[in-house]
Design a protein around this ligand. Structure first.
Ligand code: ZN
Length: 135
């Protein structure tokens, strides 16, 4: 079995990361940490800590990346919810055994060195759910 620990972050798809950051930093007075390009997912991200959780801003680095496609279809906005788990391998095995539709059957690299995997929105009531295990 695995444990769900907390909301890890909420992922927000934005067209322009620098522009989007301004609202959080200049208006809300929050701080942007850990800016990173994740080549595999064709995104540039920054994390904005807020209490026990974070806001993850995601800008596509390519017109055919998942974030670009998301924005094309839905516009900018909340793209996924990430739940922190203590054992992502166990979580995926458990969900698979329960017949839950997964996007990733194996963990992959996530920003900040996390191990992440996505659960299909059809299995979650419409939310793209990310499981995240931090080091
Ligand atoms: Zn995320």
């Amino acid at each position: 079995m695995f444990n769900t620990l907390r909301v890890d972050h909420i992922g927000i798809a934005v067209k322009d990361l620098e522009q989007a950051k301004k609202f959080y930093t200049e208006v809300l007075g929050m701080e942007c940490m850990g800016e990173e390009v994740v080549e595999e997912q064709k995104v540039k991200v920054c994390f904005i800590p807020c209490g026990d959780s974070e806001v993850e801003l995601l800008e596509s680095t390519s017109p055919d990346g998942p974030i670009a496609k998301y924005i094309e279809k839905n516009g900018e906005g909340i793209q996924h919810l990430a739940i922190r788990v203590d054992d992502i391998e166990a979580a995926l095995a458990d969900l698979k055994a329960k017949g839950v539709r997964l996007i990733d059957e194996k963990p992959r690299y996530g920003a900040g060195g996390a191990s992440i995997a996505f659960v299909h929105p059809k299995a979650t009531g419409g939310i793209l759910l990310e499981l995240s295990q931090r080091k």
